[in-house]
Design a binder for this molecule. Sequence first.
Ligand SMILES: [Zn+2]
Length: 483
Amino acid sequence: MGTGVSRKPEKATEEEKKQRKRKRKTKQTITRAVTHIRLIEANAGKLDALDQLVTVFQALCQQYVTLFCTAYETPDKYAAPVFETELSERWHRVAIQQAAGIAKSWRTNRQAATSAYVEDLADYAEAKARATASGEPFGCGRKEPAWHEWKLLELRAPCIQANANVVVVEPSEDSTFDYWLTISTLDKGNPLRVPVRLASFHKQVITGHALNTSTTLHKRKGIWWLTLSFDEDVPLQTEPSAPPVGVDVGIANLLTTSTGKHYGSFHGKLRKRQKRDREKRHRKAKLRACLKKKGVEKLPSTSSATGQRLARHVRQSINQAVNLMLEDHPEAQIIYEDLSVSSMRFKARAMNAYLYASQLAHLPEQIAWATAKRGIAAHTVKAAYSSQECSRCHYPDRANRPDQKTFKCVVCVYEDHADHNTSVNLARRFGDKELAACRNKGEIKALLMKRYEDWKQKNRLAVVEPPVQLGLWARSETSTDVG
Ligand SMILES: [Zn+2]
């Protein structure tokens, strides 16, 4: 009887799930940020109350970030308050929520880095054992992976992610301003009222949309800035039958598609700029060390303006590459790797750490954002072994990659541009339920080995034939490859 009772609601939720899925296919909701709204200081010292507030807020937020990163398994934005503060209860909650968000992404990234390290270590041990068994020399150019513990986060730039409990945005009755911002302060019952004037392009963007109640306030170089946001429904333009196009994300080529195209690169100009910047920072660090030795108290800063300019330039190059790629594939579903900041860092380290991982991580983010904005369907798939797997026979092996840009299967001798081979694999992983169900890298490798065995069975006779015949398999094997 118990099962009969519980089954009914279960069915209903299944039906609900299906309905939600159907809905998701016709449109997607994106949150648009309206940035760079400068807070007007009507008279000198008007924003002093905000400065005082953020000092206390930031210190409290930092305490919770450290707590959530060290003591709590999972950062919880509803966690009970544990620190003393002069902030109101509502502000206290906002600080906890903001800290939980920051700590959560720190923990996720650290976790991903840990598993990447563990896998790399296993890879290394395996290769070493293989070399020892075969009596070959091991270690030329390959270092044992080392774990570097992550630094705890230190909040620097003053920033408040507020909600309507503490900061209220209201349209202004007066035509001189667009909105009034009411910020509750340390001085209870005495909120700060700040007028907000929007630029015409801000107004254009917002017209016809209801603003979200959450706001962000941050201070840079002595100036307070406000960020507003609103939700927008974007109808999905891509047909469900549109061909999947795999996109590999990398450094030599920012993007490579399974249709055989490359977009952008970190090499060339960007790399030169980065090298110059690094040398400059090294010189500065040397100077600092020297001055410190001599007992100089006020040391020159280590942050570099050129570094920030470079980062901006990299982001622009990335955006450009993504836009070009989407223009070239208007009728396609974009399939890309589900990469986290830390795995990008990993990818960067393997490739000589050309660029800061945070810049590299901008790539998948930009793909997600640019496709959502245009109503283009985009999906992430599991990336494990996608660069080592042979897109013809599935055999996964590091040895299939003799160098960074070459793919050459050690079994079926299939040869391809390495990034293209990866993008073909990614495209094919879309809708691959068996692969999606794998819980870790080991299971994925086992599945690929099984597929390779199947492939070998099917092509038993042909395997010994010279590559002349291989074209035939390529066609039947890569039925989902649109290239
Ligand atoms: Zn192969």
